[in-house]
Ligand binder design. Sequence first.
Ligand code: PEP
Length: 247
Amino acid sequence: MRTPLIAGNWKMNGSLQSVIELVEGIKAGEAGKAQLAVCPPAVYLMKVGGMLDGTGIALGAQNVCDRETGAFTGEISASMLKESGCQYAIVGHSERRALYQESDELVARRFAMAAASGLVPILCIGETLEQREKGVTEAVVSRQLDAVIEQQGVSVIGQAVIAYEPVWAIGTGKVATPEQAQAVHGFIREKLATLDAGVADKVQILYGGSMNPANAGELLSKPDIDGGLIGGASLKAADFLAIGQSA
Ligand code: PEP
């Protein structure tokens, strides 16, 4: 039985004041049985981590450097994230891949550094609308997964979380239907099962892309959807908690 994980990706939103209010709102509400995690902008990690102490809500980073230490201006190492209280680190978000040209290979190296440091990488994979319309969704998510597996072996996936995020559904209000999402989640799990049945059975596969309190229940009822990576709806405590309760 996989515990559902509902992770909020706050992206580059908010201010110190609004972040404090958001954490207070989340702490004040009813979370349900899902594991909750929040990924605030890096400058707020320690503040948010301190506020979440003792709540059981986990802290995550939105990215992690692929190097350990040194002259990498603007980057943040996995050990710094650990020290700041993070348990999770998102890698390969489609915004990083598209806007900052992060290749599959770089994403795999970021993943490796996170995993080696004891962070749980949340590996984001997913196709664009053009790729879906061309019928290459499975090929795209396979390639993105293979970049990690070929570099580090399949067992490392057992220490990670996968987030299937169709790019066309992110921030657009166009959610994948539960059937569309389940089809890709099922494909990912079957692909992993051909390499290691234990890893396939264990790994949490989250759906991400315009998930909200109205559509979460149906998506989360699918057998291979083990939670959500939530963007916009995670910026409102009530919506985030409502998604948590449907898990
Ligand atoms: C995301 O960016 O990971 C995401 C799922 O965003 P949204 O929920 O806003 O579509």
